[in-house]
Ligand binder design. Structure first.
Ligand code: RAM
Length: 370
């Protein structure tokens, strides 16, 4: 019931996102807020005046989001949440989807944002270390830098907006593999790019959890394949896995692009190989089900729109000086609620929430939400 209410709210939020853009409509939305702010300044005492001036100083600020790549619906949802919050606050928003999921494509975009003099850059990194020089240049130019979805090394950004805990995601995926294999047998992972920080962290977590508990000892990880978050390459890699491992029982794909491509291949072929991983309900609804006609019994994700919204609130908090990204910093991320910066394995981060399970019982409810 609660989920239904949330689903309606999210649909409304998505509709609002579609209506509010970065241009004229955003200016209209901002107008009443700006008028109220002006009235408040007139009435303010000297100390409050200073605070109001500081707030007004951010009005011309431009907030940028750089996703992993164009053509990935997950990235589009995340960017829409970011844009919704920034424009509703009367601020300027720049959305950049690099043409491919590579560090080089992101470096070019970051350099252009530095030239434009943006106030903050929130990036979903295609590589943990290759963006270091470009992000140092941004920092030297006084631009706030944060990551979302996929991190860089902790020295290159102020904080990371993480969708869910890395250990939690690794544990959730490995337990799904254990369940779908029946406790033993071969499984493969179909990932995004080999450099993707988030996918690599989740896969490493799966591997170390598998080694730490006897109950996973009969599982055999035969290959980690890379579909580069491209539908065709992910399709080809799925076909190769089926050909190369006739005894394969499960494919786990921790990427929305990979899982959608694999789901189609397995279902079209009527394969007995089962699929799980991280997927968008809107792309996966037709493949989710408990019977042999469906390739994916269940999968997981979080709300990608909320991830973008959290990154937007975090960007604003950094630019306004409400937080520095240090462990223990707290702030309110609008309707999302209160968040605290925590440190896990040396990386300061703000965790959106826990992974959510989608199966035959709830997929119809969620497929129109994201
Ligand atoms: C893909 C991207 C993204 C990841 C999701 C789950 O769309 O690789 O980084 O968070 O999957």
């Amino acid at each position: 019931m609660k989920k239904k209410v949330l689903s309606v709210l999210l649909s409304t939020a998505m509709a609002a996102t579609l209506l509010v853009g970065c241009g004229e409509q955003a200016a209209e939305t901002a107008a009443p807020a700006a008028e109220e702010a002006a009235e408040a300044v007139e009435e303010a005492a000297p100390a409050e005046e200073a605070a109001a001036e500081e707030a007004a100083a951010t009005d011309g600020a431009t907030y940028a989001i750089v996703t992993k790549s164009a053509g990935n619906p997950f990235n589009e949802r995340t960017a829409s949440g970011f844009e919704e919050v920034i424009t509703a606050a009367g601020l300027n928003c720049v959305v950049q989807h690099p043409e491919s999921a590579t560090a080089d494509a992101q470096i070019a975009v970051i350099q252009s944002l530095i030239s434009q003099g943006v106030s903050s850059i929130a990036v979903a990194a295609n590589d943990a270390n290759a963006l270091t020089a470009a992000l140092a240049e941004a920092k030297a130019a006084g631009i706030h830098v944060l990551t979302l979805d996929s991190d860089v090394n902790a020295d290159s950004r102020e904080v990371f907006c993480n969708q869910a805990g890395v250990q939690e995601i690794g544990q959730t995926l490995l337990d799904a593999v254990l369940d779908l294999t029946g406790g033993e047998g071969q499984y493969a992972i179909l990932s995004a790019t080999s450099q993707a920080t988030n996918q690599n962290a989740w896969i490493d977590a799966m591997k170390s959890i598998a080694e730490s508990d006897e109950k996973y000892s009969k599982l055999e990880l035969v290959e980690v394949a890379y579909g580069d978050d491209e539908p065709q390459k992910s399709t080809d890699q799925t076909q190769a896995l089926l050909q190369n491992y006739p005894d394969l029982k499960v494919i786990c794909s921790p990427t929305t692009v990979g899982i959608a491509a694999a789901a189609k291949v397995l279902q079209d072929q009527g394969s007995s190989v089962k699929l799980t991983g991280l997927g968008l309900p809107s792309e996966m609804a037709e493949y989710i089900g408990d019977d042999d006609a469906h390739s994916c019994p269940y999968m997981f994700l979080w709300n990608p729109i909320d991830l973008g919204r959290l990154a937007a609130y975090t960007s604003i908090a950094l630019v306004n000086g409400d937080i520095t990204g240090a462990t223990g910093d707290t702030f309110t991320a609008g309707d999302l609620g209160d968040y605290e910066v925590v440190e896990i394995d040396g990386a300061t981060q703000i965790i959106l929430g826990a992974p959510f399970k989608f199966d035959a019982s709830n997929i119809d409810e969620w497929k129109s939400v994201y």
